[in-house]
Write a protein of this length. Sequence first.
Length: 449
Amino acid sequence: MKIIGLGLVMAVLGIGYFELQLPGKSTLDIAWYNGQTVEFTGVVASEVEARNNKQRITVSTSQMEDDRGEKEIRGKVLISAALYPEFVYGDELKVKCRLETPQPIEDFAYDKYLALARVYSVCYQPKITILSSGHGNFILSGIYSIKQRFLSKLNQMIIEPQASFLAGLLVGARSGMPVSLTEAFQRTGVSHIVAISGYNITIIASLILSLTQGLIGRKRAFWLVLAALGFFAIITGAQASVLRATIMGVLVLVAKQVGRLSNIGNALVLAAWLMVMFNPLVLAFDIGFQLSFLSTLGLVYLAPRTEKLFGWLPNALNLRESLVSTLSAIIFTLPMILFQFGRLSLVAPLVNILILPLIPIIMAVGFIAVTIGIVWLPIGQIIGWAVWLLLGYIIAVVDFFSKLNFSSIEIKELSVIFLVIGYLLIYSLIKNPLSFFRRQRKSEKNLVN
């Protein structure tokens, strides 16, 4: 009863804390004025994202003008503006536009997606005036500048769609990927490759560790991978989703290094709790956070059991480890994926086996090619051709399997009961899937004797 009571108290406190994060009904909140045409001043609060013929600009507001003059205001607004003039992080802007409340777009919960970044207002066709520049954090300004130069050089070296694919792998930039390719990745169940998650980072880090430890030793390879993950988090713009995924990936990597993978569960839960405390909206709205956490749990608890079933499989190019890790992550995330998206990929395990071992190679060679290309473009382009061929192979595999009639099946909307039953079944697999049959055999032997 004490545990139940404590659980209820924590649930009430959690709901209260969650509600406090939602936009208030105060006239000091910019969201209060949704539905009205307003004029406000603010600073570009994050990296400006260019998509097609538009710029997506997130502005942190500070002041607003009305009939009574200027007054302080708070909150963020996502502005959709023309490509030119260009705006950058740290610009102070004066904006006049009609504020609107974000709405879901077909099956995409766009309103919840923006809420994760504390954005509750959007505006289109704004009138924008640049007041000044250089108001952002100088560290973030430097990171964004390096990232843009990196992407610019990458696009000079490799043609599409491989360029957008590599940009997604290296710096988490997915906006340039063709819609058809994105859908093919979804149908074949390999979207995680270009979606930065704890599972993705753990798999890549483990493969890099396996490939390098024979050359420089396990300890040096371990520290090399940690340094690479830190640099990866920085070059992607230190996005919150990347930092969360990196933390989860590093925890699993450290547990593998010290040989205590089974004891990492508490650390993962603590890390997830800290992330939720920092932004409780991720627990309800962030599908990426949910899948990242679940897939990482799969690597920790299910992979050791699954590995025993594939002891016969050779581990050349980490084939066995890739298969075991992939299956464990797929099983652990399957109920949530079916619940959230209503789609089941039947070819995901095979496609993962065919392409996953190449991902760390592509990332390493791709990064080297772009880095050299910044210094001397012709040499970078020569190395880039090898990356282009490998990326082309992956795209061809994904495209082939996505066109099969049985590659994926659509499932009607499922209830929460399905989610509960699904994870109860997974829990039974983790505890001891063969215990029931062993007890039955033991009982039969006792009866015979």
